[in-house]
Design a binder for this molecule. Structure first.
Ligand SMILES: Cc1cc2nc3c(=O)[nH]c(=O)nc-3n(C[C@H](O)[C@H](O)[C@H](O)COP(=O)(O)OP(=O)(O)OC[C@H]3O[C@@H](n4cnc5c(N)ncnc54)[C@H](O)[C@@H]3O)c2cc1C
Length: 475
């Protein structure tokens, strides 16, 4: 366990770094500092207001929580009145129509030829036992059959991940992909009913004002300001001397380092050459290009209650679009006159995009998919490119992490968070924040981390605080 005088340095003021800082503050450990490259807190969960007054997130952030601790923190930051609660309405736009998510249960809405393909595939998987899937593509075929794979799962997943499903592992799937139940599919087919994703337990919350970024701004504002350094860009980490170097020449010494920077960047900055090959092979990622369309008028009837929509087809570059004005009326300058769409386009080494031409492709895509009727509706556009957007759960990821994470821990460097730990399955805001909290609890109080090292358990239920499973680990 840590000595109270030991210096803890946190890199990054996204949800993970803020979770760590807040927990240190709560338990009275005074010797910590936080370094953040940007001029504000929030990381990928930051929000922006464009020149016309539209608020944007870096992609549609909806908040679910697996932790009572996180729920309490959210209430503390924004207060009960600061949150709006929504039913989660998600849809797939395909073959010129909306099909409610989970798609596989509602395939009766597909044209006959596609429906036939999907059903044949589903029947085939009940007849032939599949060996244990070795990758995400095999998992898709084993669980959905060849027809659903061809019609929806493969094109959609390539579009969102920017990597072929065969190059990804299937361990992250867990609660993220709804399973297929042939009985339900047939029942919905016979009775022409839909399974919908917005049942009583499918709600999420969103800040009333200021977008997702307002949460993390409030969190940072409550911390001792003299220990948070904005515009502090780390360029080198000396693992031996335990010193961090900034681009402006400042240095910070530490006893323990909590890094939330992308692991690939940490390896580079710490000049650990022998970890390079493992990182190169195992740590794949995609870039997220976000486009906001600020619109005049009102959404057409079909869009009025929708939260987000998936787009598997090639008539638009985006894989997902959020009706962001439905999340909060304050996301637009005047809800009586405006509405907004936020579109996400993935990019990777195997799925390049035409950067300068992408906005035009997005607008044409919005017209092709009937999200908007005319270009004249657009009164504002906004874009953001998150270089590190999605940590890809590639087939070689876990082997790479088994080599990299312990190496850094031997040097008292604890890499956590969405790209710090590279585990997509525990990389939402709640997971990230708790990874920060839990590493502090481990360093100060000897508690074991759950979110970082047992994602399945972390995602299995809502966890009380303190965690039921906590045991003291020997250090
Ligand atoms: C498109 C998209 C959609 C998402 N949707 C959701 C959602 O619906 N729900 C949800 O809960 N979550 C969602 N997320 C995830 C959410 O944004 C992350 O959980 C969260 O931001 C991760 O927090 P973090 O602190 O681990 O990392 P980050 O937010 O990436 O923070 C890392 C911080 O480190 C700083 N940094 C980087 N390099 C340096 C350096 N050299 N020196 C100093 N500082 C540095 C960065 O500026 C940043 O502030 C989404 C993310 C994306 C990209």
């Amino acid at each position: 366990m840590i000595h109270n005088e030991e210096r803890i340095l946190i890199l990054g003021a996204g949800p993970t770094g803020l979770g760590a800082a807040r927990q240190l503050d709560r338990i009275g450990h005074k010797n910590w500092q936080l370094l953040e490259a940007s001029d504000r807190a929030g990381g990928l969960a930051t929000s922006f207001v464009d020149e016309k007054g539209f608020t944007w997130d870096i992609g549609g952030h909806v908040q679910f929580s697996h932790y009572e601790y996180f729920d309490q923190a959210m209430l503390e930051f924004l207060g009960a009145e600061g949150w709006l609660h929504h039913q989660r309405e998600s849809w797939v736009w395909i073959r010129d129509r909306f099909i409610s998510y989970p798609f596989q249960n509602n395939i009766h809405r597909l044209p006959a030829e596609d429906l036939d393909k999907c059903l044949q595939g589903l029947v085939a998987i009940t007849k032939t036992p599949h060996p244990k899937p070795q990758n995400f593509q095999e998992w898709i075929h084993a669980n959905f059959g060849a027809g659903l794979a061809e019609v929806f799962m493969e094109p959609y997943n390539f579009k969102v991940w920017a990597f072929p499903p065969a190059s990804m592992n299937s361990k992250w799937v867990g609660e993220r992909v709804a399973p297929t139940d042939l009985g339900r599919v047939l029942k919905n087919l016979v009775y022409k009913t839909d399974d919908i994703s917005w049942g009583p337990n499918n709600t999420f919350q969103f800040p009333r004002h200021g977008g997702t970024g307002s949460i993390w701004k409030e969190c940072a504002d409550r911390l001792p300001q003299d220990r948070i350094h904005f515009e502090a860009t780390v360029v080198r980490v000396d693992l031996k001397e335990r010193v961090v170097f900034l681009s402006d020449g400042r240095t910070f010494a530490y006893d323990k380092l909590i890094s939330t920077l992308p692991l690939t960047e940490l390896i580079r900055m710490a000049q650990v050459e022998h970890l390079g090959p493992a990182a190169e092979k195992g740590l794949k990622y995609s870039t997220s290009n976000i486009f906001g369309l600020g619109l005049k008028g009102a959404p057409r009837e079909e869009l009025k209650t929708k939260c987000w929509m998936y787009f598997p087809e090639s008539d638009c570059p985006f894989y997902r679009v959020t009706v962001f004005s439905n999340y909060s009326p304050n996301n637009v300058p005047d809800i009586q006159q405006h509405w907004s769409l936020m579109c996400e386009v993935s990019e990777s080494e195997v799925k390049p995009v035409d950067g300068p031409g992408l906005l035009e492709e997005v607008i044409q895509g919005a017209l092709n998919t009937k999200l908007i009727a005319s270009r004249d509706e657009i009164i504002s556009t906004w874009s953001y490119r998150a270089g590190y957007g999605y940590p890809t759960p590639g087939v070689d990821r876990d082997e790479a992490l088994r080599e990299i994470i312990p190496y850094f821990e031997e040097h008292e460097v604890y890499s956590r968070g969405r790209f710090g730990l590279w585990k997509y399955e525990v990389s939402n805001q709640d997971h990230s924040f708790m990874q920060g909290v839990e590493i502090v609890e481990r360093l100060i109080n000897g508690k074991s981390e759950i979110t970082a090292f047992d994602p399945e358990h972390a995602n299995a239920k809502k966890h009380p605080w303190p965690f039921e499973r906590w045991t003291t680990i020997a250090r």
